[in-house]
Design a protein around this ligand. Structure first.
Ligand code: AMP
Length: 132
């Protein structure tokens, strides 16, 4: 059975899409550590990040760089932090989190509760900060 993230890519499960190309997809984390917390995934379903090919990791990082640059423009922060956990969803993903300080990367922090309108607005703001 397809992962929840593959079902998001297929449009079977809704998401707040930020960016997409032929190989990768970026959408808002539904339990964000900060406004702009985004997940970047490969469309090819692989559980463990380090099982992706060298080429996939390289291309995914370049795609994530574009998204991180747009996040920083849309949500000014000290830096955008990157983390790979993958303990919950078995489909490789990179977390991109706008940071004001190191503690913003603590995944044990309470998550923000946002409305559907707020999520949609955040995704739109990041999307419109991507290079055309
Ligand atoms: P982990 O696998 O530990 O990196 O965590 C998976 C992340 O995916 C968590 O931060 C969840 O909030 C997030 N997540 C799970 N399901 C969804 C979904 N349907 N839409 C957006 N984010 C999700």
């Amino acid at each position: 059975m397809a992962s929840i993230f593959s079902r998001i890519v297929a449009g079977e499960i809704p998401s707040y899409k930020v960016a997409e190309d032929d190989k990768f997809f970026a959408f808002l984390d539904i339990n964000p550590l900060a406004k702009g917390h985004t997940l970047v995934i490969p469309k090819r379903e692989v559980d463990y990040f380090f099982d992706l090919t060298d080429e996939e990791i390289g291309a995914m990082q370049i795609f994530a760089k574009k998204v991180a640059t747009a996040i920083k423009e849309a949500f000014p922060c000290v830096k955008v932090g990157q983390a790979v956990l993958g303990l919950e969803v078995p489909h490789a993903h990179i977390h991109l989190v706008p940071m004001q300080s190191e503690k913003d990367m603590l995944f044990t922090n309470p998550k923000l509760k946002l409305t559907a309108e707020e999520f949609a607005e955040i995704a739109q703001k990041i999307n419109s900060s991507l290079p055309q």
